[in-house]
Each structure stands twice: as C-alpha cells, then as structure tokens.
Design a protein around this ligand. Structure first.
Ligand code: GRG
Length: 281
C-alpha cells in the first residue's frame, strides 16, 4: 500500500461516530470524509515520517487523521450559504444540500473539535501531543485559516493589493499545508531549525497550491474538478488580480524556487514532496 492508500484505509476504519437517537448524524459526519479528496496535507505529513522515521508511521496516521478532520471541516463551512454557497464538493452535493444547514454547521464543528480529541488520545508522549496540538491550532485557527477566511469573506468585491492577497492566502491555505509538514517534523523529533526550514517550504507550497486552485477555477469545468468552477469572479484570487497568464507565471516561478529549496532537504523527503507536486500541482 502506498501512503495515500494507507491513509484512506485508516480513515475508513476510524470515521467519527456518536451514540445517540439522531436519525442521520453519523451518516452526515462521514459523508464528506468518505467522498475522497486528494489527501494532500495528510500525505505531506506522512511523507516526512516515512522518510525520517518509518517505524512511527502508525502513530502518524492518527495525526494525519486529525489534520484531515480539520481540513474537511473547513471545506464544509466554506461551502455554506453564508460563505461560498457551493452545491458540490468532492464530486457530490455539499452537506447542507444533502441534509440541511444546521447539520452542515454542526458536522463542521464536530470535525474541528474531534481532531483535537484524536490528537489528545494518540499513542504518543504528552509533551509531543501538546506540540502537535499547538502547531495545528495555531495554523488552522485564529492565526491561520480562520483569519484568512475572515479576510476572504470581508473583502469579497473589494480589491486587495498583491501584498494583502498574499497575506490572505498564506493564512487561509498555506499555513495548514505548512503545518502538515511541521507536524511530520515534530513527530520525527527533528531539530527546530530543520522543522522551521521545512515549514517555510510548506508556506511556499501552500501558496502554489492556492494559485493552482485559482487557475483550476478559471480553466476547468465542474465535472473535471468535482466542485463548482468559474466561481471566483467576486473573489480576491490570484487570477483576478494578476490575470491568468501572470498567475501561471507566478506559480511557475514559485515552483522553481520551491524545487531549489527541496535540494536542501534529504533526498528521500525531497523526492516524496516532488512526487506530490507532480501529481497535484
Ligand atoms: C471555514 C475557517 C474556514 C476556512 C475555510 C479551506 C478554506 C478555508 C476554504 C476553501 C476555499 C478554497 C477553494 C481554497 C483554495 C485551496 C483549497 C484549500 C482547496 C481545497 O482543498 P483541496 O483541493 O481539497 O486539498 P480536497 O477535496 O482534495 O481535500
């Protein structure tokens, strides 16, 4: 099994559930998790562990699970009528379309908190778990994805400059991607210096990921991408600010910077990240 298959197997065996007399909450909880997705962040985390301490891969699977719960919650909330108001995600109707808005909000809330519950009971030393919780909550929460999303929502239809745009997307998208790599480093007890170097590569990778997502929105159909496209007209996207051609060029420049940075890492990890870049970016 490759890392993605290993992760999917773990995810399917560990879908969150609750005992209650609610007629469909467990089904709603699992729906978006089972709908697929690239598992890009989970694969980044597992790549660091596989390349440095493969004997820790089983413990790392739970940490990757927590990361996937957070990412999936963010997509469920992003799709809500109050935010993107999207009808499709991961090739299927969004949760608020399949069920209702309150279910989608509560499933998102449940996945957000369940992520930290999963981390708290992982088979790891307490000190390491606190480190992982700190990294995940910093990058997914107020100092990361949440403020990024708040800026995105507030400044819809109000044009930002390039510096502001980079700030927004670094927080909304790149910090969680960088956190995935950093949490892998923490699991492997790599030095602060090395972990910070890899986190910085993750931030660059995250911005490339966002620019690529903006390019996909402009250039592909809903059938190809599994979610509504041509949706960014009111958004502060890289394509809207720079134009498609310049956005592609910016992505290519950042990619070659990133590839140079990867040369500073050990060969195995560099190769694994490079493979993910080829597959998804
Ligand atoms: C609700 C606090 C809160 C934040 C939402 C993630 C997010 C923030 C919004 C999604 C908006 C968006 C299209 C961002 C572009 C990059 C991105 C995160 C795309 C979706 O992630 P993928 O492509 O999704 O990894 P899959 O389905 O493959 O897991």
């Amino acid at each position: 099994m490759n890392l993605k298959e290993l992760f999917i197997h773990h995810l399917e065996k560990n879908l969150p559930k609750v005992e209650s007399f609610h007629p469909f909450f467990n089904e709603a909880l699992a729906l978006m998790l089972k709908a697929g997705g690239k598992h890009f962040r989970a694969q980044l985390l597992l790549s660091v562990v596989q390349s440095h301490k493969p004997e820790l891969i089983n413990q790392a699977l739970d940490v990757a699970l927590a990361l996937e719960f957070i990412h999936t919650y963010s997509l469920i909330h992003d799709d809500l009528p109050a935010m993107d108001n999207a009808d499709f995600r991961r090739g299927i109707p969004t949760l608020h379309k399949s069920y209702d808005e309150s279910t989608a909000i509560l499933v998102g809330d449940a996945l957000n908190t369940e992520a930290f519950f999963v981390l708290s009971r992982a088979n790891l030393k307490d000190e390491l778990k606190i480190k992982l919780i700190k990294t995940l909550s910093f990058n997914a929460g107020l100092n990361g994805m949440v403020i990024g999303q708040a800026l995105d929502c507030f400044f819809e239809d109000k044009k930002l400059n390039l510096k502001e745009l980079e700030f927004l997307h670094t927080h909304k998208t790149a910090r969680l991607i960088a956190a995935a790599l950093k949490m892998g480093c923490e699991l492997c007890q790599m030095s602060e210096k090395e972990s910070e170097e890899i986190y910085q590569i993750g931030l660059k990778l995250g911005l490339i990921f966002q620019i690529n997502d903006d390019i996909i929105d402009t250039t592909t159909s809903q059938e190809q991408s599994g979610k509504p496209t041509h949706n960014d007209i009111h958004k502060n996207s890289f394509v809207n600010l720079l134009g498609l051609k310049q956005a592609i060029k910016t992505k290519e420049n950042l990619l070659s910077e990133c590839e140079q940075d990867l040369e500073k890492l050990d060969d195995k990890l560099a190769q694994m990240i490079q493979n993910l870049i080829i597959q998804y970016l």
